[in-house]
Design a protein around this ligand. Sequence first.
Ligand code: GLA
Length: 354
Amino acid sequence: MTVQEFGKLPNGETVQLFTLRNKNGVETAITNYGGIIVTLKTFDGKGLLADVALGFETLAGYLGKHPYFGAIIGRYGNRIGKARFTIDGVTYTLAKNDGENSLHGGNEGFDRKLWKARTESGPDSQTLVLSYTSPDGEEGYPGTLETEVRYTLRDDDTFRIDYLAKTDKKTVVNLTNHTYFNLAGQGNGDILNHEIQINASRFTPVDEGLIPTGELRPVDGTPFDFRKPVRIGARIDADDEQIRRGRGYDHNFVLDREGEGLSFAARVTEPSTGRVLEVWTTEPGMQFYTGNFLDGTITGKAGKVYPRRSGFCLETQHFPDSPNQPSFPSTLLEPGKEYRSTTLWKFLTAQPRK
Ligand code: GLA
């Protein structure tokens, strides 16, 4: 594990970049600004490494406007309808940063905080431990929220994320990571030929502002049925109201969980390289987002531009707008209780198909 300076914030604070490398050579560089995963180098079916995460080479890129590349999202991943929610009769108002709604924690979410960092190493793993205390009332959310995110790279080519939070007042929490993957290598075209399998029999359809209607809709007979592997591009422009609202896929899937603990969520294969990503999680949901808002105006690493649908996100989470949807699994966190969430990204390989 190595540490270097990544740059300075406008207020003069120093930002660090940590590089973790496992015994096989899988490597990730992570900054304590936003807990952003800057690079993620994994092997293909022929043993070649490529960086599969979209992002920037310099801190300046991340300080500018960008769609949450690689970042920790909090306090609340995805949307809260009308940017408000009520706990015990008190209504809390958030910034409307996505039409009428609140998205990804507000104007200055966890993706824009400088996290405290320390490192740990085990016999078969290395961990970057990031912590941040969000003051009571920050971005409109009640309670002082003590947050810890542990990023662990293991020698079995698994990348593990553990989220932990505690509060001193009742609040809502939904943490995730917003890495955009392209398993052909970042900047190498769109992701439409990737094949994805999602372990979900239902999804949460949305209104025009991408707020769930409350229905848990079966995927049977819809472009959202990924229970068997399908090309991402096969039905992404289908004549379907939900596809139109998402401008492609931008939906929360209700995972078919088996008991408590880590459960299989998704498997993505890039056929030309044989790179495979599996996602396992303790969460009940996962946002499958196909980079529909990318538009080629951002230049990322190695001078690559990121056109529409050149990355996909698998944001493990509780369902969007849960604070306003009593029938969804609860995102309420009470004092004395712990918020805990774990997601694994397993990097595997298959025989390249061309
Ligand atoms: C999430 C949302 C998308 C979009 C991206 C960031 O995945 O669901 O609608 O806002 O973040 O651009």
